[in-house]
Design a binder for this molecule. Sequence first.
Ligand code: HPA
Ligand code: ZN
Length: 335
Amino acid sequence: MKTFIEKLPKAELHLHIEGSFEPELMFKIAQRNHIEIPYNSVEEIEEAYKFNCLQDFLNIYYQGAGVLVTEQDFYDLTYSYLQKCADQHVRHTEIMFDPQTHTHRGVAFETVINGISKACEDANAKLGVSSLLIMSYLRHLSEEDAFRTLEQSLPFKAKIKAIGLDSSEKGNPPSKFKNVFEASVKEGYIPLAHAGEEGSAVYVWEAIDILGIKRIDHGNNALQDENLVKEIIKRDIALTVCPLSNTALRVVDDLKNHPLKKMMDLGLKVTVNSDDPAYFGGQVNKNYEAIQVALNLSKSDLYQLAKNSFQYSLLDENTKQVYLNELEVYFNNNK
Ligand code: HPA
Ligand code: ZN
């Protein structure tokens, strides 16, 4: 099974680039920029990466991102992640980035987007990994602040495919961002959002009805409401599920109790993703492996998950088909 997963062609659809920041690289970049971080070793960083909830994690995550200053920093961060994609047979990835985490520290939007997008172009050419970008608004900040970010993004519109909504969910419902999502969609961005990670099914309803999202990040708590599940299936909206993130942040107490298989059995379209791999104990393949063992998933389940990852990506239909064909051949030869 491990080998089957390692070589399985797949896409990753839920990944925060700031959450892929491995301690080694963080140290290197902090030193390069002469920025002090409150850790003396990689071991100390790893020790600090033990969370009990989303907010504890976010506090450390924003602190780590604080060492990123130059275009080269964003390039190195992104290329390092894309290299791991290539090693794991991730053929395509949809990368979220949080502009406000950087612009609020005085880093220009342009620096962030240019560093990230150059790494994506190079990885496409050199590693054969395709990618697109999702600009995520931080939901603990105001809608007005998100509007400023939308404005800043417009000169770089061609480099950004979609918008997302992340950070502290509780107390920051999707409805808070109704106007900025509407304006973003008018500019051509595809709307996506985190919903139902710590927030209830009501937040998932708001995300699909008020923000009109095309894909739900996490969505675990959608299971609280049967009618919501039916509606998500009817609208053919996929859930980007992150197993190791869910146990790290106590959204799920034990992987054996993870609802992924139940979701699949209900007819929901689910994908497997790493979320913040440097913080939650594993890249995407480790997420596949852990959930396969915990829920005793079959090869055919894994094939379905990988198939969903291409099917529900934001790629054009022709490119999707190329990847789906590659997956099909792989599955037929390795059943
Ligand atoms: N949830 C919400 N916001 C985030 C996450 C997450 O898992 N990772 C990075 N920002
Ligand atoms: Zn996330």
